[in-house]
Design a protein around this ligand. Structure first.
Ligand SMILES: CC/C=C\C/C=C\C/C=C\C/C=C\CCCCC(=O)SCCNC(=O)CCNC(=O)[C@H](O)C(C)(C)COP(=O)(O)OP(=O)(O)OC[C@H]1O[C@@H](n2cnc3c(N)ncnc32)[C@H](O)[C@@H]1OP(=O)(O)O
Ligand SMILES: Cc1cc2nc3c(=O)[nH]c(=O)nc-3n(C[C@H](O)[C@H](O)[C@H](O)COP(=O)(O)OP(=O)(O)OC[C@H]3O[C@@H](n4cnc5c(N)ncnc54)[C@H](O)[C@@H]3O)c2cc1C
Length: 674
């Protein structure tokens, strides 16, 4: 075995020595101030320094069952610590949010294949907070917050996930006993997929069709106890279990659930929005979409998960590319260059770094918007709910699609070693790709946004007032078919993307109108689906760039000159990479010449060159500890080859010189050929 020395890799040190800005200043911006950075480090250390977590164990070698058991063991260390910390910090909702925000990073080191408790706070508790009336809140919230019970969110069924109106589980009100009777009438009515449901939780929010006085009143939320608190056996009438092996998310314990005349008390229907009187009279909510609130909440928070996911992947690929040397650029060069010297390598990695920063700006903005609009809802005003729904849907789709695609590009950027499980890309990719489907399948999400855009375009044509995010449609309508001249400033690039988005929305609108002459509006919309998806994507790129510009214009007023340059270049790279990737859409509506495109290409090359000396500073500035990065290729010290070697030594096959399969199979086989 070679001697393994672990000092900082000299090539990586050389890169860090070239960084011209203050990395800590960047980190302070990234986490919202120096106090928050200290708090993050403290919280992370509080959890990750716990030796009983055994984080050095490579859980990828465990069996399916062992992985689950280890994940539960770890969560049963983390959650009591979390509850204790919450009390120590002050026990407020804000303290809880603080811990949750930081756990987002920390958990990726502890539960690489998903957290078997994630739905408890993420959806079960959130639904109770959003949809329980005061009486129900005082009964259930303390039990949730103290983890006296564990819950999940059971909505999707074997037959339906997207089209929730057609869910089949029934909850029939019996006014005589003041109970609901829950049933699973068919195989396709089985709840299927809810996280943590299989063998972990003992309660669930069950979304079921409410029947009262012989009428169906639509999907409503019910709290159902599914396992005994003492024995953990399924409650009478309940069938529950694990749905089996998946592409990823192995330790999330996605489950199935069925009901056979399960009776729950009247008080277990969440009644802040829809209401049922004890005699069985249904009272409609002010806004029928209130029951979808938890989904909107999760979609909003998922953009933050994308930032965590992409910052990890970008850190790994950047550090590795500054350590790995291969392929002289000039044939006679004696020393092989760091692979980051190859321009195509920079193009794989640096746009990903820029995206982390722009997505971070967007995630913070979206969360603020969510909080404002939710507050308006609590005061009875739901005017802006469609805007939030449209924005969260397209961002959920575009950002999770991009996280999966970018992780794959960054894995490829690490060549053969990127394919090792120990590189960390596999878990990142599997988590990213799961997010493309859960919480609203991405195509369906884009179509939701497109629906809003088509409505907004009709309003723009009729001179009606638009919401702020789609003001750009007014400019398009005013131009009356005239093409937008191209201006290569950053705001000019934004106008070009706005023109492309508005142009696409206008043609989709026109095509629906044409098809409507022969088809129903729904059929016409279905047949325009491909264009509609592009409308939503382009609109999302507008929102991202606009937010990036507005945020960075503010940031650069408050940072040092060196960091100002970094942010300006982040914006330049993000904008140019974006516009070059949608030239086809732009050319349809903007007067852009070949010379303009050549100029953009040269600017892309120039900004990549600037990034060459900043990239390591930025990824170090993401402040991800080695445990969070969790990659042999991405450790801070850059000892890539030593790490790869050590990880290989952990293979169970390397724990003995000769495996028993030699005696059982190989030897007889070889002998028979003599
Ligand atoms: C403290 C905790 C801290 C951190 C936690 C952070 C993160 C979370 C952590 C953990 C979670 C982790 C993993 C999650 C695991 C995954 C969980 C799930 O997958 S749960 C199941 C999710 N399921 C879906 O998303 C289903 C997708 N389908 C739908 O949303 C809907 O069916 C539909 C496609 C929108 C259609 O709905 P419907 O049929 O009712 O709608 P219509 O077509 O009739 O349209 C009516 C009208 O309403 C508008 N609309 C729809 N939804 C909303 C909404 N939510 N808000 C506002 N408006 C909405 C729609 O656009 C139509 O508008 P119109 O055009 O008619 O004006
Ligand atoms: C890892 C994971 C975790 C999950 N966790 C939970 C959970 O905790 N709780 C829970 O309740 N659910 C959960 N789910 C379920 C998840 O929310 C659904 O799978 C998801 O919403 C997609 O619905 P579906 O499976 O019905 O897909 P489908 O709708 O069947 O999609 C299949 C295809 O049909 C297309 N399609 C469907 N409808 C339309 C349309 N209107 N227009 C155009 N194309 C369409 C889709 O684009 C897709 O290509 C989870 C799923 C996964 C993968």
């Amino acid at each position: 075995m070679p001697a393994i020395s672990k000092t900082i890799n000299k090539d990586l040190k050389e890169e860090r020595d070239k960084v011209k800005f203050n990395i800590e200043e960047f980190t302070n911006w990234f986490y919202g101030g120096s106090e928050k950075v200290l708090e993050k480090r403290k919280i992370e250390n509080y959890f990750l320094s716990d030796k009983s977590l055994n984080l050095e164990t490579d859980t990828s070698y465990l069996s399916y069952k062992e992985k689950y058991e280890e994940a539960i063991r770890r969560s049963c260390i983390v959650y009591p610590k979390m509850l204790k910390l919450h009390q120590e910090l002050g026990g407020t909702e804000e303290d809880f949010r603080k811990i949750m925000d930081n756990l987002r990073y920390t958990m990726s080191a502890i539960q690489k294949e998903g957290n078997p408790f994630m739905l408890h706070f993420g959806m079960f508790t959130v639904t109770i907070m959003n949809l329980a009336n005061d009486e129900q809140l005082s009964e259930w919230l303390p039990k949730c917050v103290n983890c006296e019970i564990l819950g999940t969110y059971a909505q999707t069924e074997l037959g339906h996930g997207t089209f929730i109106k057609k869910l089949e589980t029934t909850a029939t009100y019996d006014p005589k006993t003041k109970e609901f009777v829950l049933n699973t009438p068919t195989l396709t009515a089985y709840k299927w997929w809810p996280g943590n449901l299989g063998h972990t939780v003992n309660h669930a929010i069950v979304m079921a069709q409410l029947y009262t006085k012989g009428e169906c009143c639509g999907i409503q939320p019910f709290i159902v106890q599914i396992r005994d608190l003492e024995t953990h056996k399924p409650m009478p009438g309940i069938t529950v279990g694990d749905i089996g092996n998946k592409v990823g998310f192995q330790t999330v314990n996605n489950g199935f659930l069925a009901f056979n005349n399960v009776r729950i008390p009247y008080k277990n229907m969440l009644m802040k929005s829809s209401k049922l009187s004890e005699d069985g009279t249904f009272i409609k909510p002010k806004n029928a979409k209130q029951n979808y609130g938890t989904m909107v909440f999760v979609r909003v928070y998922m953009i933050m998960d994308v930032v965590v996911n992409m910052s990890r992947a970008a850190t790994i690929a950047t550090r590795y590319s500054m350590v790995r040397r291969q392929s002289p650029i000039n044939p006679n060069d004696e020393v092989e260059p760091k692979i980051i010297e190859h321009m195509t390598q920079q193009y794989k990695i640096f746009p990903a770094i820029a995206k982390v920063i722009i997505y971070k700006c967007m995630a913070d903005n979206l969360r603020n918007l969510y909080q404002q609009i939710t507050l308006e809802g609590t005061k009875g005003s739901f005017e802006r709910a469609p805007e939030l729904h449209a924005l969260s849907c397209c961002l959920k789709a575009v950002c999770t699609n991009d996280a999966a695609k970018t992780t794959e590009i960054l894995r490829l950027a690490c060549g053969g070693h990127g394919f090792l499980n120990s590189s960390g890309f596999a878990d990142n990719y599997k988590n990213a790709t799961a997010a493309q489907t859960y919480e609203g399948e991405n195509t369906v999400m884009l179509l939701q946004t497109a629906r809003f855009l088509i409505k907004s375009f009709t309003k723009a044509k009729n001179g009606e007032k638009l919401t702020e995010g789609v003001f750009y449609l007014n400019d398009f309508v005013k131009r009356n078919g005239k093409r937008e001249p191209f201006d290569d400033s950053i705001r000019g690039i934004l106008r070009a993307i706005q023109a492309a988005a508005a142009g696409k929305i206008s043609s989709a609108w026109k095509h629906i109108e044409e098809k409507k002459k022969f088809l129903t509006v729904e059929e016409a919309t279905n047949q325009t689906g491909i264009e509609l998806i592009r409308c939503a994507e382009l609109h999302c790129y507008v929102c991202l760039l606009q937010t990036g510009i507005e945020e960075i214009e503010q940031i650069i007023k408050n940072v040092s000159p060196a960091l100002r340059e970094v942010f300006k270049n982040v914006l330049e790279l993000y904008a140019i990479d974006n516009v070059l990737n949608m030239i086809g859409d732009i050319l349809q509506h903007v007067d852009m010449t070949n010379a303009d495109i050549d100029k953009l290409q040269k600017r892309l090359e120039a900004v990549l060159t600037f990034f060459r000396s900043s990239a390591i500073g930025i990824v170090d500035g993401f402040d991800l500890s080695d445990a969070v990065v969790s990659s042999t290729l991405g450790t801070y010290d850059g000892n890539v080859y030593e790490n790869i070697f050590e990880a290989a030594m952990k293979s169970p096959l390397n724990q003995e010189d000769v495996n028993k399969s030699f005696h059982l199979y190989l030897k007889p086989f070889l002998k028979s050929n003599l």
